[in-house]
Design a protein around this ligand. Structure first.
Ligand code: SF4
Length: 484
């Protein structure tokens, strides 16, 4: 049994690689104090700040601004494929559970309509020639689609956009709907990175969350991915699920480390049955208690880092030679709606129901239900449901949060030069708050740098939250109403 009562120092790095970013210290006292919940900062401002007043015309004008003057920034494209043939009870995704495969055929037809509308706006000045540098199909379950449907969708995307020869083309794969030969087929379509949902190998845990997935099945999909030439294989794990114990998750980690994926995402299960209906089927009495969950997390992080995985940040680990780890060492790591990324400066287009995107200084999100999504497209409209035009203040704060969450450090001078602000004056209140975090050991305030310490890295979102103006306003309002 792993004890996590005192701080544990986990260098977890291979010889010859700069250790600075991967060093983390697990301090249960600090974790309890700051918690690890809160915004994940895949965007700033966060999506809950989006407003319905932002609509089709706003997105069209954001896209038009990017066409002016021969701008040819690369594009990152996300396609949401919402269908799943079975419901996992922990799920908080936007999905449609159905056995009717006819529904995906209709959906692809509508994706074609959306691509035509957005593609038309992008091609207002075709000489700008915007290439896709990153393409991701997420869900839901992308492998719910038949091979013909996948080929059709990829063909539609390629007809509208140029795919860069070295583009990162990734897909989320559910082994339960991935028949032999599918990974080679996906490689043939151009996919070169795969993220495979596992969560936990323990049969009792799998039964408790209604996701039965034999280890053989997962191993077969990983092997086929490698044989087909996929450059990066990621496994998704979740801790805090019902029936999980320290010993059972230790056994899952044995198997994960034996499979040796290039990347591992280790998510914390957040039990919010009021928000996510499927979670109401989970027996609360079977959930590990907070202390046990913290022990499982500590065990997992300790084992992954000792096995040589680099802590990228938030929930992500990668082998030192994986491009995410390389990008982090070189200070090139980015964070967007898809999570950590190596693609700097790309606009992001989100297609499909609930698809989310970022164009210049604007964010937008599509309609969240199939009916509303279809209705807008039938009427010839972009299916934009809400969005946000960022203010100059939002843009500076976004840059600050990006730097902290990706690099665990911020150069004050770099922000001042790039954004023409007097940092110490503009962020006087934030710096005062950071002094308190410094006393707790989360950050080190140097004359020209803000550095997230190894002890603060697991809690980096608490450091980012200091610069989140909207969260700060909400907290102040809540404190004010409590005082009243
Ligand atoms: S976890 Fe994935 S496969 Fe399971 S219901 Fe949610 S979206 Fe579908």
């Amino acid at each position: 049994m792993t004890q996590v009562n005192g701080p544990r120092h986990l260098p977890g790095i291979v010889a010859g690689m700069a250790p600075v970013h991967s060093e983390i210290v697990i301090d249960p006292v600090l974790i309890r104090k700051f918690d690890i919940t809160g915004p994940r900062y895949t965007s700033y401002p966060t999506a809950d700040r989006f407003v319905e007043a932002f609509g089709e015309q706003d997105l069209a004008s954001a896209l038009a601004k990017r066409n002016v003057g021969g701008v040819s920034l690369p594009l990152s494209v996300y396609v949401h494929l919402p269908f799943c043939s079975s419901l996992c009870w922990y799920c908080g995704c936007n999905k449609v559970v159905t056995k009717d495969h006819g529904r995906s055929a209709k959906y692809i037809k509508y994706l074609g309509k959306e691509l035509a509308l957005v593609g038309g706006l992008m091609a207002a000045q075709p000489e700008t020639g915007r290439e896709i540098c990153q393409l991701h199909w997420g869900g839901g379950t992308p492998t719910f689609l038949s091979r013909d449907e996948m080929a059709e969708l990829m063909q539609m995307l390629r007809a509208r956009f140029d795919l860069a020869p070295d583009a990162e083309v990734s897909i989320e794969v559910d082994p339960r709907s991935t028949e032999p030969g599918r990974m080679a087929f996906l490689a043939g379509l151009g996919f070169n990175r795969v993220s495979i949902g596992v969560q936990d190998f323990d049969p009792a845990v799998q039964a408790a969350v209604h996701r039965i997935q034999g280890e053989d099945l997962t191993r077969r999909v990983v092997e086929e991915s490698r044989d087909a030439g996929f450059r990066s294989v990621n496994l998704d794990l979740i801790y805090g699920l019902p029936k999980q114990t320290l010993d059972s998750f230790n056994a899952t980690l044995d198997r994960v480390l034996d499979i040796a994926p290039d990347r591992i995402a280790l998510y914390s299960y957040a039990h919010l049955p009021a928000l996510f209906k499927p979670q109401r089927r989970i027996h609360e009495a079977e959930l590990p208690a907070a202390e046990a969950k913290l022990e499982i997390m500590s065990l997992a992080i300790g084992r992954l880092t000792r096995a040589g995985y680099v802590y990228i940040g938030m929930d992500h680990f990668a082998r030192p030679e994986d491009e995410l780890a390389v990008a982090q060492r070189q200070g090139r790591l980015q964070r967007n709606f898809m999570g950590y990324s190596t693609q700097a400066g790309a606009d992001m287009l989100g297609f499909g129901v609930s698809g989310i995107g970022s164009v210049g200084a604007a964010y937008y999100q599509n309609e969240k239900t199939l009916d509303a999504y279809y209705e807008q497209l039938d009427a010839g409209h972009l299916p934009v449901m809400r969005g946000l035009e960022l203010t100059p203040d939002d843009l500076v704060r976004r840059a600050v949060i990006q730097s902290l969450i990706c690099n665990f450090r911020l150069s004050i001078e770099a922000i001042e030069l790039a954004w023409l602000v007097d940092f110490r004056r503009a962020f006087a209140a934030e710096l005062q708050e950071l002094e308190r975090l410094e006393q707790d050991g989360l950050v080190d305030l140097q004359p020209d740098w803000i550095v997230v310490t190894p002890r603060g890295r697991l809690l980096v979102r608490a450091v980012c939250a200091v610069f989140d103006k909207y969260l700060r306003q909400r907290r102040e309002r809540a404190a004010y109403s409590r005082v009243i």
